[in-house]
Design a protein around this ligand. Structure first.
Ligand SMILES: [Zn+2]
Ligand SMILES: [Zn+2]
Length: 357
């Protein structure tokens, strides 16, 4: 079929919305008519060279839509079903999937290169994270179109496909926060605000947010942080407030200095979780002796989530207002305004611009 996709031909050129060819759905594939797609920080990181992509590329990996057609053998969804796109193919066969760790599926790929259903005048288009959701339609393997029955607006439910699951899951799954614990969240963008809400839902007693931008600190207080601090002097203040260090620290910035701050705010036995995306070459230096105080540092990808279980549960928490999605989206724009949306996200003040179709 013909559809329209926003194509990036190079890192610094504007997106061009062009009519493209979309093949399929073949056996085991699903075609989704997109309703909404968030502009995630990783889309910007991809253009900046922090992720592997090939130009020309269609970005977008935080999408929700309706099933429009199904290929042979597809059983989990039917035409008309609402779905949230997952960037884990959850192949079921690799060691990660067999351990039930779908976030570690070996088939997760930042780039599909020349393999895929999308092309422009005969030239194959790369689809970021196997999705390429800045497009009116996508064709994906069945496992990447996760059925989510919800009354939520798609401009909210689309965030379950990346930012909300990444942050919320880091708190409830990776850190496995227990009730009454003290939790610090570094970085209060979409992922950080979701981590704060995960801590709140898990029953954390004291949630401390750290961010240099005042608007973001205010948003953090709105979604459940008890204190919001500027970066300067934060570590010392946190150790004071918690009476010796936090139980859990979640880093959602992607900077080595904040990763160290997160580790340094912990009490003996505390756990720090790295969620923010660093550069490939970044390294951190830790006082190793601290590991003998049972302090730990662990990474988290996709909120250690099982999309087919967790997406629906997160949507239920959204419907019952236990996760507040409203502060996570500060602007909605039509798909045709993708360049304006990227410019606003690059300024750094907005949590999320969501594109609607
Ligand atoms: Zn797998
Ligand atoms: Zn993302």
């Amino acid at each position: 079929m013909k559809t329209h996709a926003a194509i990036a031909f190079s890192a610094d050129a504007d997106f061009q919305i062009r009519e493209v060819d979309l093949a399929g759905p073949g056996p085991g594939e699903v075609r989704v008519k997109m309703q909404a797609c968030g502009i995630c920080r990783s889309d910007i990181s991809a253009l900046e060279g922090k992720e592997t992509i090939e130009f020309p590329v269609v970005l977008g990996h935080e999408g929700a839509g309706l099933v429009d057609a199904v290929g042979e053998g597809v059983l989990s969804v039917k035409v008309g079903d609402p779905v949230v796109l997952s960037w884990s193919p959850a192949c079921g066969l690799c060691p990660g999937c067999q351990r039930g760790e779908h976030q570690l599926c070996e088939q997760i790929n930042m780039t599909t290169g020349s393999i895929g259903p999308l092309s422009l005048e005969g030239q194959s288009l790369d689809r970021f994270m196997g999705l390429g959701a800045f497009s009116e339609h996508v064709v994906v393997p069945e496992a990447m179109a996760v059925p989510v029955q919800t009354s939520m607006d798609p401009r909210h439910s689309c965030l379950i496909g990346c930012g909300v699951t990444t942050g919320f899951g880091a708190a409830v799954n990776t850190a496995a926060i227990r009730w009454g614990e003290s939790v610090v969240v570094f970085g209060c963008g979409g992922v950080g605000l979701s981590a704060i809400q995960g801590a709140r839902v898990a029953g954390a007693a004291r949630i401390i947010a750290v961010d240099p931008i005042q608007e973001r600190r205010q948003a953090a207080l709105k979604v459940g942080a008890s204190i919001a601090l500027d970066v300067a002097g934060a570590v010392k203040q946190i150790i004071g407030v918690t009476g010796g260090g936090a139980d859990v620290a979640i880093e959602c910035v992607g900077k080595t200095s904040t990763m160290l701050d997160a580790f340094n705010t912990l009490r003996p036995g505390g756990r720090s979780i790295v969620v923010g995306l660093p550069a490939y070459t970044d390294k951190i230096e830790l006082p190793v002796i601290m590991l003998l105080r049972e302090k730990s540092i662990k990474g988290s990808i996709y909120g250690s989530a099982k999309p087919h279980l967790d997406f629906q549960k997160i949507a239920s928490l959204g419907e019952t207002a236990q996760i507040d999605f409203e502060p996570l989206v500060d602007k909605t724009r039509h798909f045709s305004e993708i360049n304006e949306g990227f410019a606003e996200m690059r300024e750094g003040k907005l949590t999320r611009v969501v594109l609607t179709f």
